[in-house]
Design a protein around this ligand. Sequence first.
Ligand code: PEP
Ligand code: MN
Length: 705
Amino acid sequence: MSDPIDPPAPLDDLRKRLDHIDRALLEALARRREVVEHVIRTKETKADFVRDQDREEALLTERVSLGRELGLDGYFVTKIFQQVLDNSLRIQRDHLVAEQNPGVEHEAIRIGYRGTEGTYSHEAARKHFASRVEHAFFRGYSTFRELMEGVQAGGLDFAIVPIENTTAGSINEVYDLLGRFPLSVIGEEVLPIDHCLVALEEVPLGNIRRIYSHQLAIAQCGDFLAGLPGCTVESYPDTAMAVERIKRANDLSQAAIASEEAARAHGLQILKRRISNRRENYTRFMVVAREAMHYDARIPCKTSLILATKHEEGALVRCLNTLADHHLNLTKLESRPRPNVPWEYLFYIDIEGNVADPEVSTAIDELSRDVSFLKVLGSYPASTTESARPSVPKPGAAPDSSSTEAPPAATARTRKAKLPVSRETTPPLDVAIKKGYKLASRAHRASDSVVRIGDVQVGGGEEFVVMAGPCSVESWEQVRACAELVRDQGGQVLRGGVFKPRTSTYSFQGLGYEGLDLLVRAGEEFDLPVVTEVMHPADVQRVAEDASVLQVGARNMQNFALLREIGQVDRPVLLKRGPMSSIDELLAASEYLLAAGNHQVMLCERGIRTFETATRFTLDVGAIPVLKERTHLPVIVDPSHAAGVRQYVIPLAEAAVAAGADGIIVEFHPAPEQALSDGPQALTFEGFGDLMARIHHLTEALRSD
Ligand code: PEP
Ligand code: MN
């Protein structure tokens, strides 16, 4: 531990202390790496190398808890240790590669990328070859073709090329070159892309008249650029060169779209960060070499293929069925025009698996029955699949240093109680159709539908999903504190109303789009998807750009214009049951969404109106098993609006768990007595911790029966 600081210490002294501490941090990381290398050498069997997500989660939880004892924020500690663990995994993977390809880690390597220093490709190259950086030489090329030629001719050992972006889509030229050059894919890398607007000095946005960038970056920032109508946008060969250009021009009215790194490298200012259309913006790169590399079966791999089907009926379907027959998960399917054969196509397919695995090699053999061309581009360690994602700690297990009493343990992934659904009592299709729904019926689809909200899976699977937060977003401080608690207690989705359906027109109506921005920002800070209600059909498209889940409020369950509009967007929907609606009317309403094309529907039981006045509404617990019988859609329960008073919320939530719901949506507030809406039913922060612990214990108890 460092010495206590005697105030007032001069700034220079304090900075020296920081230098000292940072050095110690780096030395500790270097020592950690050495230990990891020793650990790897003690591993022998295949089982030793299998990634143990449970152990990683437990380790993270323990570190978060220790961090809190030392007064550090749990989220901060999580982020740091995710990187540390990720690095250990890379070291382990490189070890396995080196074992099969002796000497490789000491060889000097020449790596080509497109563009100049400071481009995203350069960053991806350095990230990918980080463990061999001492022996690596990086060189920029001006075209993808030159890069491929460089590898083919032997001047380069590897080339790293962008293949797709999550906003702008596939990079067709690269796909076509992969088809033409006799090269192999030996790796992939995923880089988060955070475009920034870069200028010479901190000037108001309105002063910018001309913006330069690479055409793909321009495409990814179209929405931001549309808000600068007086600006000319010009495409430039690469993002880093665009930064160089505006620096040379020395003109305060010019700006470039590029990475933070490029701005830093040229000593320029960032006017605005995160200007991409999509908040989640990633580019996937492929690493190509002359020869394929062989990866140990213990490393989770992907395999890339190119094929052209025979010109026969059903040939593509048969190819895809062959992959399915061998239980191979398809992660990408792209079609490109087949050179010299008009109106025929090459299909580029990525699957999870390694050619060293007999399932994969047999499937590839069988594919040859239905193809007129087949090329295996290679197998390589996966970066985009489930097994390659970083673990999350088990929040809640770690007491917050600020509270005197430790909240009981809850896990990040509270598991669902598994209750059998009787197939014998599923109503037949014609009965469902008479009641106004077909696509929503169990008879139409027997297995549970799973709705994905980012990494969270609602329905079917193992998880019991908790969506939680304030009734209304009221301020940045309020929503941020709520998001932090959801994250710390292991909830998966942040809720918050910004368009509020209020009984009285004089009541608080919500902060609108300003509130949506706060909600989304808070969600981003704590890695939580967000759910919010949309009330007007005209708001649907705009809310869907930012919110992860659209909520249809109970009062709008039969607002058919709204349902039709939401049916057309590609976002999950939480459809609440109207207080005066029957179960079948709820299902018929959900059919509007499904029939319009949106199949990511979750139903929500939130209490109905009865003669009882002790609770705000009457939670219809019976609706849960009935819905499970009649529909494949996930069922969420809202104990807050049903109860109307805080003290009944936890028992109702427990009833939902026991009756087989897939999750709950629940309200809490930092100061319920000051809440601008629904204060009486809001749990306190402590109450929310209790709720999480209770449902965790209950689900575990039900599972062990
Ligand atoms: C809400 O969830 O904020 C809400 C208004 O709920 P309901 O539509 O169920 O009344
Ligand atoms: Mn509410």
